[in-house]
Ligand binder design. Sequence first.
Ligand code: NAP
Length: 301
Amino acid sequence: MEQIGFIGLGIMGRGMVANVQKTLPAVTVWNRTASRTQEFVAQGAQAAASPAELAAQSDVILICVSDTPDVEAVILGPKGVLSGIQPGTLVVDHSTISPRATRELAARLAEKGATFLDAPVSGGSEGAAKGTLSIMVGGEATDVERARPVFEAYGKTITHVGPVGSGQMVKLVNQILVVINELAVCEGLLFAQAGGLNLEKTLAAVTGGAAGSWMLANRGPQMIARDWRPGFTIDLQQKDLRLVLEAADEFGLPLIATSMVFHMYRALQSQGLGSEGNHALVKALEHMAGLQLGTDRPDGS
Ligand code: NAP
C-alpha cells in the first residue's frame, strides 16, 4: 500500500483528507497552521513537521493550497517537497494555479525523478466533504491510474484531459462557466426581487428546468438567506479569474463577460469582502440597483 501525504488542510483539503481516512489507511498531513492537523491526527493520521519531512515519508503527495506562489513555496521553498522527495514519488496538485507555472514545477520535480499530475477540482466544499468532486487531470496515463485509488476517495468524476498543464486549463474553462452562470443567478434573483416575487417559490420553480444549475441549486438559497459563509471565497474566485484572463491575454482572446465579473469581484475586495463566499457577487449588483435580495419584500413575507 502506498504511503499518502497531504499538504493543505483548508476548506477543500479538510474534506478530501477526511474521505481519504475513511478508505485508505496511511496518511501523513502537513499544514502551514499546524493546529489544523489535530483533528486528523486524532483519526490516526501522522503530522509532518515540514513539506520536506512529509515528502521523505510519502509515495504519493497531494497538495491543495491557495495560489501559484503558495504551491511554489511548498514544493520549492525552504524545507519544501523538493528537498525531501525520493525518486519514483508521484506529486499531485489539486490547487487551481497557473498552467504555465504548473509545467515548470513538473520539470523541476522530474529532475529529482518524481512525476507530476495537475488535478484541480470542482464541486465546492460540499463536493470535498461528500466525496463527489470532479477532478480534471493533466499528466501521464500511468500516473493517473496510480493516483486513482486516492482520487476515488473524494472524487466522483475523474477525467484525464491531456498532458501536464491541461488539467489547469480545463479548470479555467470551468471557472468561466461558473462565474457567468453565477452572474445569471444574481441577475435572475434580483429581477425577481424587483418584481415582487416570492424568492423561494421562484427558485423552486426554475431550479429543475432548463435554467437549473449547480450554482442556482446550491448558492441561490444562500443568496436569498443572505448567508455569505464561504464554500469558495471571493479572494480565491478573483484569483481564478486572474489566471483565466492572463491565459486569454496570451491567446489574444477577448473574454468580455469574464472580465466584467473579474472587476466586480475586485470592487467587492476593495470593500473588504474578500473572505465572503463567491455568491456575494450579488452585492455588487445590489449596490448598482439600490435594492437588496431577501429584504423589503413587497408582499411583506
Ligand atoms: P482555503 O480554505 O483558503 O485554504 C488554503 C490552504 O492553503 C490552507 O491550508 C492554507 O494554510 C494553505 N496555504 C495558503 N498559502 C500557503 C503557503 N504560502 N504555504 C503553505 N500553505 C499555504 O482554500 P480552499 O478553498 O481550500 O482552496 C484551496 C485550493 O482549491 C485553491 O487553489 C482553490 O482555488 C481550489 N478550489 C477551491 C474550491 C472551493 O470551493 N473552496 C473549489 C475548487 C477548487 P493555512 O491553514 O495555514 O492558512
